[in-house]
Design a protein around this ligand. Structure first.
Ligand code: C2E
Ligand code: CA
Ligand code: CA
Length: 782
């Protein structure tokens, strides 16, 4: 996060600084341009002003010179001087001086001695200190001389008093005072200041500037009195373009003038412009700030998205692609990132697959099988393990060549997998050992499956031109019966497999394998599948008595198994085994065909019967049964109405939708349906209404000990009544006593079946029994 924000901040900072520099440069260059314009204007003004100043000074000098010349030629004055009358000279000087507005009046002898003076600084009899300077000026045809006098600048003008030869010189001084300065200012438009410095001592400042600025101006003039030229000077808060002029400079004294053009006012004219530019600069700065931030965001957003995608990939999540719909370099980077994460995901998947699967067969390995076993245990779901070892793998490979082993194992894997149900697992543990996990299976079912697998592998397969049949040993363990952990279960399945190697059937169930009864079960399960093919099965027929008519036109076919080792076996023992181990369909198929065959045979001999056959839940799970029966009926040419299928309610309830569909198909064929063992399972008459049945068989547990007063009597009687109301025929099973039959007759039960009438009989015996005269049969009954 820190890295990301600093990237964004850096981009923003660079952009902001850049715009700051540009805008700042713009602002200051405008400011510099305006101030240089102002300065230029000031300079021009100063230049013009200085020239005007010089002209004015010059014009003034000439005017004064003329006035003094006029005075010198005045007769009265000349006369006074000639007479040397000092008081007259003095009054004449004063009079004339006043007339031409002179401040100082001095009369000099031709030798430079002061004859008369209005100035205290210039005493009579002394030599006038500017005598030589005046002579020099006259030599240069200069009209006036500027000098410091009594601390102030003065214009001195000289004229000779002629009588007719020069007898004296009259010198008039004009103070360069504030009025003179104001006059100059009004004409030159410049501020004017004068300063006289006499023998290093500055005199009083004469200036048009306001009082407040004068100290600063005095400092300036004193400080660099020899400077000429133009400079910018500041006095308090005011700026001026200042030009210093040295009006006079001799050994003793100096007279300086300072001409100043104010810059403030000119600058003032540009203030609104400057303010506007400043405003524009600020707005531009703000806009570029916002722009920079937005730009930084648009640049840093996709970078952030890419960075977080990279982080995600680093943490091992590869499913979310980076979505950047742009065609620039970032877009390219995003698609590269997506391609990379897809690649990583695929490789990781491959690695994960390799870790959990056998390289040769591609089947799950031991680790994956243990994991699946563990999760079944965690969910407490029953599961059966079949540990399968191939005995003759080495021998087979020796026969068919070394590379045959791999091929053989591949074929074994494929064959075994083909018979598995979805959800089951086949794992390849080591070279010649496989493990099967059967979800939801118990040991009977596992034995059934194991036998199937054993037969499958015994079927020869052609490898490299050799027909190879594989012998195998199988060990079975089940959860929860044989262990609580995946490890113990696998171990016990392995132990069972090792035991299996020692016995002829080569199939063993863990631990209980030593138990005789269990061994009988295993044998029965395995042998069941071969019973139909080996002619070990037969049907017995038990008559069903029509109570009202007193004759037998119906029978129930009951299956018998003549086992080569154990002799005759009751269906009560092997039917449940067949149902659990998955071979019941084989048996049902056999029973149906045998029943049909027998009926046809009897039909040919004139014995017409309706035969009931028992159908299991498993048979009702697909359309197969109905198709097979109808094709058998067609093949044998037997009318469908001669068949009744007996189904228990619980068989229907296992998967009601599927079962109902099959029942309707059977009904459509013309086969009658009967509810077997009524009263033991769900037994709801309401539910019966939904079933397309024609007959109901009350279970023998209610019938066997039937007498008028028992509880069973109520049940049997009401069942008969209600069944009749629903239009069903009623069969009472397990009728052993005559009084029971009489009760049933009284309650109008339709059919009776039981030892009282007859035990189940072989086909021949049944035929003979039916052929007995009715009286003999009924004598048996009564
Ligand atoms: P189930 O369908 O209830 O058959 C009637 C059973 O009651 C028969 O036993 C029969 O011998 C016996 N039984 C008849 N009358 C009496 C009597 O008065 N007293 C006594 N105590 N028992 C009587 P079985 O033949 O041993 O058959 C047992 C069960 O095996 C049958 O019961 C039926 O559920 C099943 N089964 C028999 N044959 C087949 C078959 O072909 N297919 C299927 N799926 N099941 C069959
Ligand atoms: Ca039955
Ligand atoms: Ca029954």
């Amino acid at each position: 996060m820190k890295l990301r924000s600093s990237f964004q901040a850096r981009v923003a900072t660079v952009l902001i600084v850049l715009s700051l520099v540009v805008i700042g440069a713009l602002y200051f260059s405008v400011k510099a341009a305006t101030s240089s314009t102002v300065r230029g204007q000031g300079m021009a003004q100063l230049d013009v002003g200085s020239r005007v100043f010089e002209r004015l000074l010059d014009a003034r000098s000439r005017r004064l010179a003329d006035a003094v010349q006029l005075l010198a030629t005045d007769f009265g004055f000349r006369d006074a001087v000639a007479t040397g009358d000092s008081s007259t000279m003095r009054s004449v000087l004063l009079n004339h001086g006043k007339r031409i507005n002179a401040n100082d009046m001095i009369l000099l002898g031709m030798d430079g001695k002061v004859l008369s003076s209005t100035l205290s600084e210039v005493p009579e009899g002394s030599t006038f200190r500017y005598d030589q300077a005046l002579r020099d000026a006259r030599g240069k045809r200069q009209a006036t001389l500027i000098v410091p006098l009594q601390g102030r600048p003065h214009l001195l003008v000289e004229a000779s008093v002629l009588a007719p030869l020069p007898i004296a010189r009259v010198v008039m001084g004009f103070g360069m005072d504030a009025t003179f300065a104001e006059e100059l200012r009004s004409l030159s438009n410049l501020e004017v200041s004068f300063l006289a410095i006499d023998k290093g001592v500055p005199g009083e400042l004469v200036s048009t500037q306001p009082q407040a600025l004068r100290d600063s101006i005095l400092d300036l003039m004193e400080g660099d009195s020899s400077r000429r030229g133009v400079s910018t000077t500041d006095h308090l808060e005011h700026s001026f373009l200042s030009q210093s002029l040295v009006l006079a400079n001799d050994n003793d004294g100096k007279v300086l003038a300072l001409l100043q053009s104010p810059l403030d006012a000119a600058m003032q004219a540009f203030v609104p412009l400057n303010e506007k530019i400043l405003g524009i600069a600020l707005v531009a700065l703000l806009a570029s700030l916002i722009g920079a931030l937005l730009l930084a965001r648009t640049v840093s957003r996709p970078v952030q998205a890419l960075a977080s995608a990279a982080e995600r990939i680093g943490q091992g999540y590869y499913l979310t692609p980076v979505t950047l719909t742009r065609s620039d370099e970032l877009g390219l980077l995003a698609s590269a990132l997506n391609a990379m994460q897809k690649g990583i995901a695929e490789r990781e998947q491959q690695l994960a697959h390799n870790a959990l699967h056998d390289r040769l067969t591609g089947l799950p390995n031991r680790a994956l099988a243990m994991e699946r076993l563990g999760s079944a245990i965690a969910l407490q779901r029953p599961i059966a393990l079949i540990h399968l070892g191939i005995d003759n793998l080495r021998a087979a490979s020796e026969a068919a060549g070394p590379d045959a082993v791999d091929q053989l194992l591949l074929t074994v894997g494929r064959r075994l997998q083909a018979v598995l149900r979805p959800g089951d697992t086949l794992a390849h543990l080591i070279a010649d050992e496989f493990l099967l996990l059967l979800e939801g299976a118990g040991s009977d079912e596992a034995v059934g499956m194991a036998d199937k697998l054993q037969q499958l592998l015994l079927r020869p397969q052609n490898i490299n031109g050799h027909d190879l049949a594989l012998d195998c040993r199988l060990g079975i363990a089940t959860y929860p019966a044989d262990g609580e952990t995946a490890y113990t279960l696998l171990e016990r399945a392995a132990i069972a497999m090792a035991d299996a190697a020692k016995i002829p059937g080569r199939l063993q169930v863990y631990k209980q394998g030593s138990d005789l009864a269990h061994r009988r079960q295993i044998t029965l399960i395995r042998d069941l599948r071969h019973a139909p093919g080996q002619g070990q099965l037969l049907l017995h027929y038990q008559p069903k008595l029509d109570i009202r008519q007193g004759h037998v036109r119906q029978a129930e076919a009951l299956l018998r198994w003549q086992h080569p080792q154990f002799g005759m076996i009751s269906p009560a023992e092997f039917i449940p085994l067949a149902e659990r181990s998955g071979s019941i369909r084989l048996l049902t198929q056999w029973v149906i065909e045998e029943g049909i065959r027998q009926l046809c045979e009897w039909n040919r001999r004139g014995l017409y019967l309706q035969l009931s056959l028992n159908i299991s839940a498993e048979d009702l799970q697909g359309d197969e049964l109905a198709h097979r029966v109808s094709s058998l009926l067609r093949r044998y040419g037997l009318p469908a109405k001669q068949l009744v299928f007996e189904i228990t309610e619980s068989a229907v309830m296992r998967e009601p939708e599927k079962a109902l569909k099959v029942l309707h198909l059977l009904r459509d064929c013309g086969i009658s349906l009967s509810v077997d063992d009524f009263g033991t399972g769900y037994s709801s008459l309401a539910h019966l209404k939904r079933l397309p049945v024609q007959e109901l068989k009350i279970d023998q547990s209610f019938v066997r000990n039937l007498d008028e007063t028992s509880e069973d009597a109520v049940i049997v009687r009401s069942t008969i009544e209600m069944s009749h109301n629903l239009g069903l025929k009623v069969v009472a099973e397990g009728v052993e006593y005559a009084h029971s039959l009489r009760l049933l007759e009284r309650w109008q039960c339709d059919t009776a079946q039981g030892f009282l009438i007859s035990r189940p009989l072989s086909a021949d015996a049944f035929e003979a029994w039916v052929a007995l005269p009715l009286s003999v049969q009924t004598s048996l009954v009564h």
